[in-house]
Design a binder for this molecule. Structure first.
Ligand SMILES: *[C@@H]1O[C@H](CO)[C@@H](O)[C@H](O)[C@H]1NC(C)=O
Ligand SMILES: *[C@@H]1O[C@H](CO)[C@@H](O)[C@H](O)[C@H]1NC(C)=O
Ligand SMILES: *[C@@H]1O[C@H](CO)[C@@H](O)[C@H](O)[C@H]1NC(C)=O
Ligand SMILES: *[C@@H]1O[C@H](CO)[C@@H](O)[C@H](O)[C@H]1NC(C)=O
Ligand SMILES: *[C@@H]1O[C@H](CO)[C@@H](O)[C@H](O)[C@H]1NC(C)=O
Ligand SMILES: *[C@@H]1O[C@H](CO)[C@@H](O)[C@H](O)[C@H]1NC(C)=O
Ligand SMILES: *[C@@H]1O[C@H](CO)[C@@H](O)[C@H](O)[C@H]1NC(C)=O
Ligand SMILES: *[C@@H]1O[C@H](CO)[C@@H](O)[C@H](O)[C@H]1NC(C)=O
Length: 692
C-alpha cells in the first residue's frame, strides 16, 4: 500500500517536471527580458536563458540589487573584470566605462596609478572603437601615450600626445575647459585594438598637480578646472573617476561573412559585412529597411514617404519594399526627384479647340436665348394686342353679358379653336372676303349655307324662283332686323350697307343680315351723325350722299332698293340697262310714274301677288325711296306694313287672272284678248286706286 502511494507521488512529480521544463523552454525563447533598468538589451545580447543571447560573449547580467539596476557584461570570468553596460547599439557599438589613469606625484605626496588595470578582449568579439574614442590626456606638460595590441598580437601600436599649460600657467583660471589644446590633448587610435596600456610621463615636474590620461568616448565632454596650475577634472561618471569608453562588437570575431558557421544575419533583407575594426563580421539591414538584422523578421521596410526628410520627392512619393519612387501630379512633368528633373508644370498651350468650342457654344446659346426672348416678346405683344382689341371691341362687355345672361347665343372662340375649325385658315375653306379693319377679335357667324339674297335673285338662273310668300317673308325679316338695330338695340346701330349681297339665306330662306363692316353705333340722343359716306352705289341714300348726314332713314332707303330687287328681280345697278335706268331706284320711280309697274315685276311675283298687294308693296318701296329722308317711313312702320301685306296675301289668294281682271276693271283701256288673257295698258293712278 505504501509502495503504491510512493510510486504515485513519483510519477506525479515526473509529469510535473516534464510539463514545467517544456513550458519554460518554449516561453523563455518567446519571452526574453530585453531591458535592464533604462538600458535596452537587443539580441544578440540577452539575459538569463541561453536562448536569449547569441553566445556567452553576449551574456548580460542585470544587477537589480542596486538602483538604478546595473547591466553587467562578461562578469569576471570572460573579460576578467565587470564591464558595466551603458548602451548597446545594433550598429555594433557598446558603451561602457573605465577608470582613468592618473599621476599625482609630488614631493610629499605619492599617489599614482600609471599602469591601471590592463584589459584585453583578445578572444572576445569586442574591440576598442577607433571611430568613437580618442586617447585623451589632461595635465600640464604631460606626455601621455597608449600602447595597444591587436588580436593577432603581431601588431603593436603606440599613440600619444603632449598637453601643456602655456597660457594657462601664468593666470589663475577657475572655469571649465573642454579639450581644446590648453592643458588637454587628444589623438585618434588605429583599428583593431583589443587591449592597451597607458603611460604618463611628465616633462617637468609640476608639483601639486595631477596628470590624467585614458581612452575616452570622443563625444564625452571632459570638463576640468585649471587653478594656479593645479588641474582638477570636474566631470567623472562616478566617484571612482570613471569615464565612458566605446567598444565595437561583431557577430563573430574569428570568421568572415563567407566563413560564418553560425550565421548571425538571420533577418530577411539583411546584409553581412566584414568589420572595419579588426577581423570578424557584422550584420545590418539592407538599405531601405530598419530594425534588428540578427533576428528573423527583424528588418522592416522604412516607409520613406511618411517622413518628409527621408524621401527626396518633389511632389508625390510612392513607398516600395526597401525603397520608394517619386511621381509628379497631373499637369506636371519630370521624374519627380528633387535631385533629378523635379516636377515642372506642363506648358499650357493655347487651347484653340476649347476657345473655338467655347465661343461657338456661347454664341449658339446667345442665339437661342435671344430668339427665345424675341419669340416671348412677340407672343407677349400679340397677347397684349389681342387683349387690347378684345377690350376695344367690347370683348369684356360681351363676356360679361354672356356670363350674366347665361346665353348660348354667343360663344367666344379661342384662336386655337378657330384654327382647328378652319384647318388653319386653309384657302379651300374661304367662302368670301369682307372688309373689316381689326385683326382681332374675329366675328364668327354661323355658317349660312344657302348663299346671299343677291345670289338667289340675280345669279341662280337654274334655281326655281322664290315664291312671293318667301319674298315677303324675306323682306319682313330684313325689315325686322333693321328695326331691331335701329330701335331695340341698347345703342342704335345704322347698318349703312344694306344690299342684297349682304342678306344671307339659309336652307329655309331664313334671313340673316350680315356685314356690319361699316356699321355705326349711334349715341342714344343722336338721331343723325355726320360721317364719311360709305355704302354701295345703287343702295346709297342720295340725301346722305349729298349732306354726309347719316340717319336711320339711310338704311330705309337701302332697304327700299332691296325690296325693289325682290319685286323686280333686277339688279340695283345694271350697266345693261339704258343710261338713265342704270340705277334701279330711279328706274323704278320713273317706271311707276309712267304706270309701268307690271312690266318691271318679276314673273313669279306678278303671277302670285294680288294687285292690292303689288300696289301696296310698290307704294312702300316708293316711300322708302323718297329723296327726302324725313318723308321715308321708319323701319318699324315698314315692318308693320310688310306684316300687313303678308296677311293680305293669306286672305286674298287670288288667281293671276283675277288680278289682271281687277286691274283691267279699274283702269281704262284694258281689253280681253282672244285667249282670255287681260293686258293692262294706259295710265292709272295707283295711289288713288290701291292706296289703302
Ligand atoms: C551568464 O552569466 C551569468 C553570470 O555570470 C552566469 O551565471 C551564467 O551561467 C551565464 N550563462 C551562460 C550561458 O554562460
Ligand atoms: C613614490 O613611489 C615610487 C614607486 O613606488 C618611488 O620610486 C618614489 O621614490 C616615491 N616617491 C616618494 C616621494 O616617496
Ligand atoms: C572655482 O569656482 C567655483 C565656482 O565657479 C567655486 O565653487 C570654487 O570654489 C572656485 N575654486 C577656487 C579655488 O577658487
Ligand atoms: C600659487 O602657487 C604659488 C607658488 O607655488 C603660491 O605661492 C601661491 O600661493 C599659490 N596660490 C594659490 C591661490 O593657491
Ligand atoms: C573562434 O573563436 C572561438 C572562441 O571565441 C572558438 O571557439 C572557435 O573555434 C574559433 N573559430 C575559429 C574558426 O577559429
Ligand atoms: C570579408 O573578408 C574576406 C577576407 O578578407 C573577403 O574574402 C570577403 O570577400 C569579405 N566579405 C565581404 C562581405 O566584404
Ligand atoms: C526622418 O528621417 C530623417 C533622416 O532620414 C531622420 O533623421 C528623422 O529622425 C526621421 N524622422 C522621423 C519622424 O522618423
Ligand atoms: C536621386 O536620389 C535617389 C536616392 O535618394 C536615387 O535613387 C536616384 O537615383 C537619384 N537620382 C538622380 C537623378 O540622381
Amino acid at each position: 500500500m505504501a509502495l503504491h502511494w510512493l510510486v504515485h507521488v513519483f510519477l506525479w512529480c515526473l509529469s510535473l517536471a516534464t510539463i514545467s521544463s517544456s513550458s519554460s523552454a518554449s516561453s523563455s525563447s518567446m519571452k526574453c527580458q530585453r531591458r535592464c533598468g533604462k538600458i535596452k538589451i537587443p539580441f544578440p545580447f540577452g539575459m538569463g536563458d541561453p536562448n536569449c543571447f547569441r553566445n556567452k560573449w553576449f551574456n548580460v547580467t542585470c544587477d537589480e540589487s542596486v538602483t538604478p539596476p546595473k547591466a553587467l557584461l562578461g562578469h569576471n570570468r570572460l573579460v576578467k573584470q565587470d564591464l558595466e553596460v551603458l548602451d548597446i547599439s545594433l550598429e555594433g557599438h557598446l558603451k561602457t566605462k573605465k577608470k582613468i589613469i592618473h599621476d599625482c606625484r609630488s614631493k610629499s605626496y605619492n599617489d599614482t596609478d600609471v599602469i591601471g588595470t590592463p584589459i584585453s578582449f583578445y578572444e572576445s568579439p569586442y574591440s576598442f572603437s577607433n571611430t568613437r574614442n580618442k586617447f585623451t590626456a589632461v595635465g600640464c606638460n604631460t606626455l601621455a601615450y597608449m600602447t595597444g595590441f591587436t588580436r593577432t598580437s603581431s601588431q603593436i601600436f603606440r599613440v600619444g600626445c603632449i598637453s601643456n599649460c602655456f597660457g594657462a600657467a601664468s593666470v589663475i583660471i577657475n572655469g571649465s575647459y573642454s579639450c581644446t589644446g590648453i592643458a588637454c590633448c587628444q589623438t585618434p587610435i588605429p583599428p583593431g585594438i583589443v587591449g592597451f596600456q597607458v603611460d604618463i610621463s611628465r616633462v617637468s615636474a609640476w608639483w601639486n598637480s595631477c596628470s590624467y590620461a585614458y581612452l575616452v568616448d570622443q563625444d564625452y565632454d571632459l570638463k576640468f578646472t585649471v587653478l594656479n596650475l593645479s588641474i582638477t577634472i570636474t566631470s567623472f561618471l562616478d566617484r571612482n573617476k570613471r569615464v565612458p569608453v566605446v567598444l565595437d562588437w561583431v557577430a563573430s570575431q574569428n570568421e568572415t561573412c563567407e566563413e560564418a558557421t553560425d550565421y548571425a544575419c538571420l533577418s530577411e533583407n539583411s546584409i553581412c559585412y566584414n568589420s572595419t575594426n579588426g577581423p570578424g563580421y557584422s550584420c545590418k539591414c539592407s538599405p531601405g529597411y530598419q530594425g534588428n538584422p540578427y533576428i528573423h523578421g527583424g528588418c522592416m521596410d522604412i516607409d520613406e514617404c511618411k517622413n518628409k526628410t527621408s524621401h527626396n520627392c518633389n511632389q508625390m512619393c510612392i513607398n516600395m519594399p526597401g525603397s520608394h519612387h517619386c511621381k509628379c501630379r497631373k499637369g506636371y512633368h519630370g521624374d519627380g526627384w528633387n535631385n533629378g528633373t523635379r516636377c515642372t508644370a506642363d506648358a499650357k498651350e493655347f487651347p484653340v479647340l476649347k476657345v473655338i468650342l467655347g465661343t461657338g457654344l456661347s454664341f449658339l446659346f446667345l442665339l437661342i436665348a435671344s430668339t427665345w426672348i424675341y419669340w416671348l416678346w412677340r407672343k407677349r405683344r400679340s397677347m397684349k394686342l389681342k387683349e387690347k382689341f378684345f377690350q376695344q371691341n367690347g370683348g369684356l362687355v360681351l363676356q360679361q353679358k354672356i356670363n350674366t345672361r347665361r346665353s348660348d347665343t354667343f360663344k367666344i372662340f379661342t384662336i386655337e379653336e378657330l384654327e382647328r375649325a378652319t384647318n388653319n385658315y386653309a384657302a379651300s375653306t374661304i367662302v368670301g372676303q369682307g372688309g373689316f379693319e381689326d385683326q382681332v377679335p374675329i366675328l364668327v357667324y354661323e355658317f349660312i349655307s344657302n348663299g346671299t339674297l343677291y345670289h338667289h335673285i340675280h345669279e341662280a338662273g337654274h334655281l326655281p324662283s322664290i315664291s312671293l310668300e318667301n319674298r315677303l317673308r324675306i323682306a319682313t325679316e330684313i325689315a325686322e332686323a333693321l328695326a331691331y338695330l335701329h330701335f331695340a338695340a341698347s345703342m342704335p346701330i345704322f347698318h349703312r350697307d344694306i344690299k342684297s349681297a349682304n342678306i344671307l339665306l339659309d336652307n329655309n330662306f331664313t334671313v340673316k343680315v350680315a356685314d356690319f363692316g361699316v356699321s355705326r353705333l349711334v349715341p342714344v340722343d343722336h338721331t343723325q351723325i355726320t360721317t364719311l359716306v360709305q355704302g354701295t352705289w345703287g343702295y346709297l341714300d342720295p340725301e346722305c350722299f349729298q349732306t354726309g348726314k347719316l340717319t336711320d332713314r339711310s338704311d330705309v332707303y337701302s332697304f327700299g332698293v332691296v325690296l325693289l330687287e325682290l319685286l323686280t328681280g333686277e339688279k340695283a345697278v345694271c350697266l345693261n340697262r339704258s343710261y338713265e335706268d342704270r340705277n334701279l331706284a330711279m328706274y323704278f320711280v320713273r317706271e311707276m310714274k309712267e304706270n309701268r309697274l307690271f312690266q318691271m315685276l318679276e314673273e313669279r311675283v306678278r303671277s302670285e301677288a294680288s294687285v292690292e298687294q303689288l300696289m301696296a308693296i310698290a307704294q312702300l318701296s316708293l316711300r322708302c325711296l323718297k329723296l327726302n329722308g324725313e318723308k321715308r317711313p321708319i323701319m318699324k312702320e315698314v315692318v308693320v306694313d310688310l306684316q300687313g301685306l303678308r296677311g293680305f296675301q293669306k286672305h286674298h289668294s287670288v288667281h293671276d287672272q283675277e288680278i289682271e281682271k281687277l286691274l283691267c276693271e279699274t283702269s281704262q283701256g284694258c281689253k280681253e284678248d282672244a285667249g282670255g288673257q287681260y293686258s293692262v295698258s294706259g295710265n292709272f293712278d295707283i295711289s288713288l286706286t290701291l292706296n289703302r
